[in-house]
Write a protein that binds this ligand. Structure first.
Ligand code: SAH
Length: 393
């Protein structure tokens, strides 16, 4: 068996069941493992620690499959995927929601594997050499555990490059068509574009937060910044908003968003193609006012190295948003940057309110929906943070 032997003391994080092994922790490799092979991880003193997938090109040189000695084979994936899929069944009502994350990577014991269910289609995204090696077994196990009709692959995330893997896209099980599917989320209906949508197609992690926005929107003038395919905007309109304006820089996303408004018979949304940073300034100068602003920007800080720049961007947009709010208005603001902690995000928003000259309270803290669990041994799994702030009336 191929082995990774760690430097003295470098088994500590693994003993706390953190599933990543960084290249700097490895003293030597025995045998001749290639990318994707399963290796045994041993401490410097020779103790068995874990079975992991080897990825020599990545700084994360191995990711743990299991903490005990067992076969890593198709049966392993069948078992782990069945467990994860069964757990999802317990908290979502299939009559109103048929789209959910089935596999959430490390937090489901499957590093590098993400799988989202969109009605009868599963979109699978593999992002590590180990996951890539087991593509066929994972696709079979997903079909079997979920009862879905097809598996579509969207392994085109940037991180694959760090693992030395090419992009892999398209149908893996079942038919190619249609490439656009219709899903239900909290009783509303949305199109998901399998080929061109972001990530696997839809931001399922925002499901509960969209419902909250629906509940808050009644009678309000709503601005949805970074609307993508209209998740928040359509919910706000369905919740009886007085007006909804939704902004995104992607014309393609807005085309789908318009279709989504149509599917739900909410025609009164104004869709604006533009840059939120510029538009918020323009609205400030024009003294436009709203009662509810949602800001769900892309990841400004993918890693800790980008934090300072990301903090300025979050501050910029939330400060402008506070200025656009009428007394009693609500800001719902998110960060999906792994590099920005919840504590830092709150500080940024507090600084924005101060500089905008408004008094604000946090009335809710938001995170990703329950089908995006965070394993306690893997805090990196927590990325989405949201704050609902109300400014004084
Ligand atoms: N709120 C959405 C998800 C937003 S994803 C939902 O619930 O589904 C982030 C979006 O920001 C993407 O659609 C991207 O096109 C858009 N975007 C990125 N930079 C932007 C900018 N400067 N101005 C406007 N939109 C931007």
């Amino acid at each position: 068996m191929n082995k990774l032997i760690l430097k003295p003391g470098r088994e500590k994080s693994l003993k706390r069941r953190h599933p990543w092994i960084f290249s700097g922790a490895v003293a030597r490799v025995t045998g001749e493992p290639v990318a994707g092979d399963t290796v045994e991880v041993h401490s410097a003193s020779g103790e068995f620690i874990a079975l992991a997938a080897y990825s020599p090109k990545s700084q994360i040189v191995a990711r743990v499959w299991d903490w005990g000695k067992r076969d890593i084979d198709a049966g392993f994936f069948r078992e782990r995927i069945r467990r994860a899929v069964q757990e999802r069944d317990t908290f979502l009502d299939p009559s109103t929601t048929d789209a959910m994350r089935l596999i959430h990577g490390e937090s489901d014991g499957l590093p590098g594997v993400v799988a989202d269910r969109y009605a009868d289609t599963i979109v699978m995204q593999l992002s590590s050499a180990g996951a890539d090696r087991w593509r066929e077994a994972i696709a079979d196990a997903l079909m079997e555990a979920s009862g879905a009709k097809r598996v579509w692959e969207r392994s085109d995330a940037e991180v694959r490059k760090l693992e030395g893997l090419p992009a892999a896209l398209g149908p893996l099980r079942g038919q190619r068509e249609p490439t656009r599917v219709v899903i239900k989320e909290n009783g509303l209906t949305f199109h998901v574009d399998l080929e061109h949508g972001h990530k696997t197609g839809f931001y399922l992690d925002q499901r509960d937060n969209r419902r909250l926005v629906r509940a808050l929107a009644g009678g309000r003038d709503v601005l949805d910044g970074f609307c993508y395919t209209g998740g928040f905007a359509v919910n706000a309109a369905a919740g009886g908003a007085r007006s909804v304006m939704a902004v995104d820089s992607s014309g393609e996303a807005l085309e789908l968003a318009r279709g989504n408004a149509g599917l739900n018979a909410v025609s009164d949304v104004s869709w604006v193609e533009g840059d939120v940073f510029l538009l918020l300034r323009k609205f400030r100068d024009e003294r436009r006012a709203f009662d509810l602003v949602v800001l769900d920007p892309p990841k400004f800080a993918p890693t800790a190295a980008h934090v300072a720049k990301a903090a300025r961007a979050y501050k910029d947009i939330s400060l402008l948003a506070f200025k656009l709010l009428r007394p009693g208005g609500i800001l719902v603001t998110f960060s999906c940057s792994g590099g920005v902690s919840a504590e830092l995000f709150q500080k940024i928003i507090a600084g924005s309110a101060l500089d905008a000259g408004v008094d604000a309270q946090i009335i809710r803290r938001l995170g990703a929906a329950a089908d995006h669990p965070v394993a306690l041994n893997f805090p990196e799994g927590e990325y989405l943070k949201g704050l609902v702030c109300r400014i004084a009336a």
